[in-house]
Design a protein around this ligand. Structure first.
Ligand code: G4P
Length: 540
């Protein structure tokens, strides 16, 4: 299936795919993801002043403040896709597609969906804190999906841990061989610059006021580096030699196999080391290489157009109350106006309203290539995991759901609004804001909402009231674990105490249990009942 797409020459399609880098930044909240995102865009010269994209509390302007909850909490709930060109050192232009992920653990499922759409990930670590729970969890997801990782140790301008100690922690706790490409000159808290381990040069950084503009950097050859940085240079050289002796030099093959990870040191707030990260992304991160379909066959990037929806997001703009489905292009060329096929229904799908989204600004998208993200406005039929294709059919695998750990019964506050209530619940379910579970016993008016984290309930409540005009009450249920069962198993389980069987909207039967121990007991006492976990990240 390597026929080229109509309208574009095969060599052009291949070249456009080759110059794209589609990745996400994953980190524990507060490691500096938003700051780094802004710094990357600033350095690629897509914006002129840091703070223009996320604008969290205290930053200058806001581009993604569409949801009041986000503003109130100072967290980023929704994912945004940013695209910008970056001119590399050699003068070629690559196209960066940076998919933003929500930092909060309660939205892990959302992050997981975004990670189905990337070719690599930047794992951001706070130099003072090292590996944190959310970093570890997201790393597991990347490993599970075989996503190559570039590690960035951030906030080196602040007192933190020893560089070698952090490297050791990465190796021992996650089993990924760290292969530093740069090494800090100056301890954490006294960040002077980095030793470029591939050229041997000293890259000296200079602070700018408030880190608002790109930091000037000077490349000093090794002979003059000692004079420029003194003993800090000597220490950096010594430690770099120790790394080489420990076989920690960059290796492209193990990086692509996900067994090693290049490491860079940065201060996103001061814009130090950000150029180096862009260069590494351009030079080493993998370009789009097609995708495996549901049967495990690869559809090459140069085949006819195909894409899958990895996220559906509504309510971005309170003035319009619209809904955007984000699709990642896997193969071929997209031209706005193309009529595609929606694999789930077999129906034609018109793409008149394709958009690109940069922060909150949107513009019409005319053409897209493998690795790009297309925002399809008002695409009511599309759900996360859906495939779109042109001419040669393909179906990509569904996006697995996380195992919910929080359950609550939703009821409309005003019974006369039952139509709005039904519509709202259905919409939230389709978007994957929460999972919606039902049973005959509870009835249509009292669906059970299931979530990975309680903040998903807040988003659901907020949207039911403000967007659908159907305020709800939520009554927590005492369940914490869910397993998939079949109809025969459901009959047995229904009769047990502190177990309930509910039906997900895709027809899957979920047995929910009060605790892990209760689940283990039930499984032991009922060996004939098959209980399957909802595996997504390998740790559910
Ligand atoms: P997140 O998206 O991962 O949650 O992190 P975010 O970028 O919001 O950064 C969290 C805090 O860490 C912010 O401080 C930010 O300024 C700071 N920060 C990020 N990168 C660096 C860095 O390289 N060095 C230092 N020293 N600080 C960094 P804040 O006080 O919460 O907000 P703000 O008022 O500074 O924006």
């Amino acid at each position: 299936m390597t026929t080229s797409t109509a309208g574009s020459r095969p060599d052009q399609l291949s070249a456009e795919a080759q110059r794209r880098r589609t990745f996400a930044v994953i980190s524990h909240p507060d490691a500096g993801k938003s700051t780094l995102t802004e710094a990357l865009v600033l350095h690629a010269k897509a914006i002129t002043e840091a703070g223009a994209i996320h604008g969290k509390a205290g930053r200058r302007s806001t581009v993604s403040d569409w949801m009041e909850m986000e503003k109130a909490r100072g967290i980023s709930i929704t994912s945004t896709a940013l695209q910008f060109p970056y001119v590399t050192k050699t003068g070629s232009t690559c196209v960066i597609n940076l998919l933003d992920t929500p930092g909060h653990a309660d939205f892990s499922e959302d992050t997981y969906r975004v990670l189905t759409a990337v070719d690599s990930a930047v794992m951001l670590i706070d130099a003072a804190k090292g590996l944190e729970p959310q970093t570890l969890k997201l790393f597991q997801v990347c490993r599970h999906r075989r996503i190559p990782i570039i590690t960035v140790i951030n906030k080196w301008d602040r007192p933190g841990r020893y560089a070698l100690e952090l490297i050791d922690e990465i190796q021992t706790r996650i089993g990924l061989k760290p292969t530093p490409l740069t090494w800090p000159v100056g301890i954490a808290g006294d960040f002077k610059g980095v030793l470029d381990r591939r050229t041997g040069n000293y890259i000296r950084f200079t602070r700018t006021a408030g880190g608002a503009t790109a930091a000037p950097e000077e490349h000093i050859d090794p002979d003059r580096a000692h004079d420029a940085a003194g003993v800090d240079w000597d220490t950096a050289v010594e430690e770099s030699e120790l790394l080489s002796a420990d076989d920690s030099d960059f290796d492209p093959e193990t990086f692509r196999n996900c067994t090693s990870s290049p490491v860079l040191f940065t201060s996103a707030a001061l814009n130090f080391g950000v150029n180096q990260l862009l260069d590494v992304l351009a030079e080493l991160a993998p370009p789009p290489s097609g995708a495996l379909d549901a049967e495990g066959h690869r559809r090459e990037a140069t085949a006819r157009f195909s894409a899958f929806v990895f996220k559906v997001q509504a309510g971005m703009d309170s003035a319009h109350r619209d809904r955007i489905a984000y699709a990642r292009v896997c193969s071929g060329t997209f031209e706005r106006g193309d009529v595609l096929t929606h694999a789930a229904t077999g129906k034609p799908f018109v793409t008149k309203y394709a958009q690109t989204v940069f922060g909150q600004q949107r513009s019409t998208l005319d053409t897209a290539w493998p690795g790009d993200v297309i925002g399809l406005a008002n695409a009511q039929a599309l759900r996360p995991g859906d495939t779109l294709y042109s001419e040669v059919p393909v179906v990509y695998p569904p996006i697995p759901s996380f195992s919910p750990e929080y359950f609550a019964v939703a009821r409309g506050k005003d019974p006369s609004k039952h139509k709005q209530f039904r519509k709202g619940i259905e919409q939230l379910d389709q978007e994957g804001v929460v999972q919606v579970l039902r049973s005959d016993r509870r009835g249509e008016q009292a669906p059970v909402l299931a979530a990975v984290g309680p903040m998903q309930f807040e988003v659901a409540s907020h949207r039911m009231a403000s967007e659908f005009g159907a305020a709800i009450t939520l009554e927590s249920l005492p369940y914490t674990v869910a397993r998939i069962c079949d109809a025969d198993g459901a009959e047995v389980l229904q009769r047990l105490a502190s177990v309930e069987v509910l039906t997900r909207s895709d027809g899957v039967l979920l047995a929910v249990f009060s605790t892990k121990w209760r689940l283990e007991n039930v499984a032991r006492e009922n060996p004939d009942v098959t209980l399957r976990s909802l595996v997504a990240a390998g740790d559910n």
